[in-house]
Write a new protein. Structure first.
Lengths: 163, 281
């Protein structure tokens, strides 16, 4: 049942990710699939994070020029990394997941630059970090707080009170 | 927490290597028929969901804008009525001039200007990544769309090219995407400056035009700020004369052996909602 809900949320987030225009929020539109991957990893561990990251990446690549692609790999890695934190933080503190989403955005986007032959030779990573990744990480972090709060309210995993 | 022992590390590495391998296949554009079939199937399955979700989202957004800006909508409605009346009278004058133009062309035995065959489309989706500038339109293979067709805005400016075609939708790579390249030429009659107009990463409104002749005294190197850049039509991919943008700066490139210009695009591509696909030219 829980898996079905996560798959449904994944599809809804994918649709939102596609239909929302780039100017949706002041800084840009959030990467909902990345936020979902990180939160899943954080709540349910490495295996769940990797699984959802893989599915989210495949879905994203479907609308970005073919599956499997760069996002399949980057989202999978982010899911695994978020899963490593599971059990080590107090899950009721919503600011920590926001920080994790913020850091994950940096890792994710830098991985995308490194893995993309078109970007690696054309992007100044420092400038891109300041002008593009930082605003995106802020948006993701803020939206991440809302999504994480909804997730722990709707589907609180066992033992979440004490990490 | 999920236990990390030798087996799980081995399986994780295997999965990562497998996915990385498949990713490399994808990046290098190797064509795997079975995978392509799955991809098309999934894409066509999701496209209608995207299409109807966009219709729903747009109607919600329009309703909200209407409620919030009712005074503005009413005054805009009034000014649009006046504008329509003005355009109707202008249209009558233009139709008279068009008939006269055709008559004179016949007299001079000029080749007739053949307008492009176009098909209108609505934007139903946008790129899911900040690194790529792409849109999804509600026309696909069933409407006669095929890959590499040029796409223009309703006022005729180049917007991009068709990149991927599904049954009822297609993906468009926008002119400001980092891997978009098109031949451009200065529109001014006394200039023949030609170069390659390319997208720039993280720039929505600015493209560059490089490989322009170094010799500013010659017609091939005659490019200045304010020049209008249009498609050169030197390849078969784009018709000649589609406006791209306006030159905002020119400087030496490659240690002075060529020039590079910054082009401000005519069309704001962040909020584009309707496009025309050129099916024949």
């Amino acid at each position: 049942m829980r898996k079905a809900i996560y798959i449904l949320v994944l599809i809804v987030f994918l649709v939102l990710q596609v239909i929302l225009p780039p100017s949706f929020l002041f800084f840009g539109k959030p990467d909902l699939l990345l936020i979902l991957t990180v939160i899943t990893g954080l709540l349910w561990g490495t295996k769940a994070g990797a699984g959802l990251g893989l599915a989210a990446g495949l879905m994203q690549d479907l609308f970005m020029g073919g599956i499997p692609g760069i996002y399949t790999l980057t989202k999978l890695i982010n899911g695994v990394l978020a899963g490593l934190v599971e059990g080590n933080i107090f899950k009721e503190r919503v600011l920590l997941p926001a920080l994790l989403v913020f850091i994950s955005t940096f890792i994710h986007e830098i991985l995308v630059i490194i893995l993309s032959e078109n970007l690696i030779f054309n992007v100044n990573i420092l400038l891109a970090s300041r002008d593009l990744i930082l605003p995106l990480a802020l948006v993701n972090g803020l939206v991440g707080i809302i999504i994480y709060y909804l997730f722990i309210k709707l589907d609180r995993p066992e033992g979440s009170y004490y990490g | 927490m999920w236990p990390f022992n030798k087996t799980t590390v081995f399986i994780s590495l295997l999965v990562v290597l497998l996915v990385a391998g498949l990713g490399i296949i994808s990046v290098s554009e190797m064509d795997i028929p079975y995978l392509g079939w799955v991809e098309k199937g999934l894409y066509n399955l999701f496209s209608p969901v995207i299409k109807y979700s966009t219709v729903f989202y747009n109607s919600l957004r329009d309703y909200w804008i209407g409620v919030v800006n009712i005074d503005q909508v009413l005054s805009e409605n009034e000014s649009l009525r006046q504008r329509i009346a003005e355009l109707e009278s202008e249209k009558l004058i233009h139709s008279y001039q068009a008939a006269e133009n055709e008559r004179l062309r016949d007299l001079l035995a000029f080749k007739k200007l053949v307008p492009f065959k176009t098909i209108g489309a609505r934007v139903i989706g946008y790129s899911t990544s900040p690194w790529q500038n792409k849109i999804i339109i509600n026309r696909g293979k069933g409407d006669g769309i095929s890959e590499k067709m040029p796409v223009i805005s309703y006022n005729g400016c180049l917007i991009g090219r068709v990149d991927y075609v599904g049954a009822g939708s297609a993906q468009i790579t926008l002119v400001n995407n980092h891997d978009f390249v098109v031949g451009g030429i200065v529109q001014r009659v006394d200039s023949r400056a030609i170069g390659l107009v390319k997208g720039v990463v993280d720039q929505y409104h600015i493209n560059i035009m490089d490989s322009i002749s170094w010799n500013t005294e010659s017609r091939e190197g005659d490019i200045v700020s304010g020049d209008i850049i249009v498609t050169s039509g030197l390849s078969d991919s784009y018709p000649r004369g589609l406006p791209i943008g306006k030159v905002i700066s020119v400087q030496k490139d490659n240690y002075g052996i060529s020039q590079i210009a910054e082009i401000e695009l005519f069309k704001g591509l962040k909020t584009i909602e309707e496009v025309l696909v050129i099916t024949e030219f």
